[in-house]
Design a binder for this molecule. Sequence first.
Ligand code: PMP
Length: 509
Amino acid sequence: MRTLPVAFAAYKWAPSTEELARRVGLDAFDIVRFDGNVPGWPAPSARPATVAAALARVNEYAHGGYPQLLRAIADYAGVEPENIVLGAGADDLILLCARAFAGPGDQVAIANEPTYPLFAIAVALAGAEVGTDDPVVTFCCRPNNPTGALDPLPAARPLIVDEAYWEYAGETAAGLIDDGVVVLRTFSKAFALAGARVGYALADVDTATELNRRQAPLAVSTTSAALALAGLADLPDVTDQVEERERMARALGALGLEPLPSRTNFLFVPLDEPESVGEALLRRGLVVRVFPDGIRFNVRDGEDDDLLLEGLAHVLDRPAPVAPAGTRRTRVLRATAETRIRVRLSLDGASRVRISTGEGLYDHLLEQLAFHAGFDLVLEAVGDLETGPHHTVEDAALALGEALDRALGDRRGIARYGDAVVPMDDALARASIDLGGRSWADVRLECEPGLAQHALQSLAQAGRLALHVESTGSDEHHVAEAAFKAVGRALRTAVHAESSGIPSTKGVL
Ligand code: PMP
């Protein structure tokens, strides 16, 4: 049998979340990844319903390719469909360009080292060499990974410009495709579809035609194409990510660090001992990318990024620039065919609450509950609201209950019981809670706007708590709101940490 001649120096992937969790003795839920340069959460358009039609025909090839997707990309990029080459991520197109433009004996230039390591791997796979001696083609990453810099565009032609992060910088070389430039882009970053593996190249028609001839047939799957198409119909807005990056940069400055100026969704921080800092952060569940001269991490959102700032301050033994998040916290990701819910809960919070389910009334009710419980809570849901609010509201309450159960751990030291009476104009609500670990719900709302009672029952079920609620009044909104506030106040008392023992004569909960 013929064997491959040498051990190839392949692209190095970071370990899986489960493996990292095992390595540091944490639950996979408690690992927060900052190392993939991707958003912290999928886009609302990435839901089961988006791929349902593709799944119904998943036995078939996409005969004729993806004309609809090509049209949508063309409109987004300001080109024609004939200028586009689809690939399984920008990575696939980097490999395609290297093998199409270069071969054995050729030199290929790579601008701005350090840069994305796959360029050199693609050159080697094409049988060519990295070098500047009359190169047949030049690769350039703009903005650059890992520095984040928007370096000047090289004058060399042909030029492959990797614009994986272009949305964050707003500058593109797409206008130069008729001048020997090929632009590579991806749905992995701003569109938050890294797992779907969809990218595209923009080139003049002749080059695009030749690249397409050399591409694997239908490199993009029908389900991934559906996700990309849905993303293009609901374009991402990266303003928040860019603002968050700048907030992080300022906070890192306050920590005495000097992040490189970035035009991407990540920051590179030069450090003397990046390896040990990376290890220490990992022990806190925070995963960053370690380089020989620093660490790189993408921004996620305010709360997650504060965890990283707090972690860095601790590891570097400097005063934290943000308030500590407390230890009784957890995160839950609950995904079914109907809904996808993300919860991040801290029991010892400061009532910082952000809820978004697409059902305003229940956002408001859950916000009241968490606020009056004194929790820090982020709860984001994407559900099949076209079928009505039922699935989304129920699953949001179940996910919150699950998070509460997880954050309470073995329930050692808690007060266990709590009760509260809350009036609201015409309404009067009374709530009593036992966090003893057995689920029970007796919820009586004299009138209610729809699913309030069901939501509280779901919370009790998943949170393993006994809940008795009675709320009377004439205005259904007041009746429900007073009930949720009362449950919040009762929870605040019940979760209160007051001893080190198990609050039961049985010795277990
Ligand atoms: N180019 C650059 C510069 C990148 O940083 C990455 C991903 N880390 C990629 C390409 C890969 O993109 P894709 O997921 O589309 O393969």
